[in-house]
Design a protein around this ligand. Structure first.
Ligand SMILES: [Zn+2]
Ligand SMILES: [Zn+2]
Length: 225
């Protein structure tokens, strides 16, 4: 969804090339995380594809969004990773980190997931549920989102806390996941940062050299007459 307030056509055009390159690098990070997820799950009892896993997700969250408790329907549901699958949050596609959420929460949560440094909590999903309207100095879009959801401040705090606790309890059910999580959190971001940077360096040098080659051999693109 395009944020109308933030949509600046000039900026979009000026940064299109840079964004294309970071899209590619982000895709590689996502591929790395998916491959690692498959490797880890090989020895685990439960897999994402198992019916039993989906049944557990539905039971714990009563087929509601884990963040806002909206009833999930075919039209609003989306696969959600509490630890986002990006280079900053280093989340995996493994039991314990795959949920079903509503599309608005999934998209609002991206703001926290894309922060280099989290100030409200240790993880992106806990940070997302920490915007209770009292902790952010600047006018904050996530605080505004939760204010619209639950206008009354005390009620809002209770809802956000309960939902965070439910997700914590859910994740604790997956012992294979819990066991490796501290190690992943400590070491994975380094590898993802290297992969991200290498991909951009590769893109720069390869595009430059292939383009030079193309232009050298292209009589139709006559540069100096
Ligand atoms: Zn939601
Ligand atoms: Zn906030």
């Amino acid at each position: 969804m395009i944020d109308v307030e933030e949509f600046d056509p000039g900026w979009q055009l000026r940064t299109a090339t840079r964004r294309a390159k970071s899209d590619v690098a982000n895709k590689l990070v996502s591929m790395f995380l998916h491959s690692l997820s498959r490797k880890l799950c090989e020895s685990w009892k439960l897999k994402i594809e198992d019916e039993a896993y989906l049944a557990e997700v539905k039971e714990v969250f009563s087929a509601r969004c884990p963040y806002c408790r909206t009833v999930l329907t075919k039209a609003n549901v989306i696969v959600e990773h509490p630890d986002g699958m990006n280079r900053l949050r280093a989340g995996l596609h493994v039991p314990g980190n795959v949920l079903l959420a509503c599309k608005p929460c999934n998209s609002e949560k991206r703001r926290d997931d894309s922060l280099r440094v989290l100030s409200l909590a240790e993880t992106g999903w806990e940070s997302f549920l920490s915007h209770d309207g009292t902790r952010c100095d600047q006018p904050c879009k996530t605080c505004a989102y939760w204010k619209r959801m639950w206008p009354e401040p005390d009620h809002r705090k209770v809802e956000l806390r309960q939902n965070a606790q439910r997700i914590t309890r859910f994740r604790a059910m997956y012992l294979d996941f819990e066991r490796v999580l501290p190690y992943l959190k400590e070491h994975l971001p380094y590898y993802l940062a290297v992969l991200y940077k290498d991909c951009q360096t590769f893109a720069d040098s390869r595009i430059e050299s292939l383009m030079r080659d193309f232009l050298d051999k292209a009589p139709i693109i006559n540069r100096n007459g």
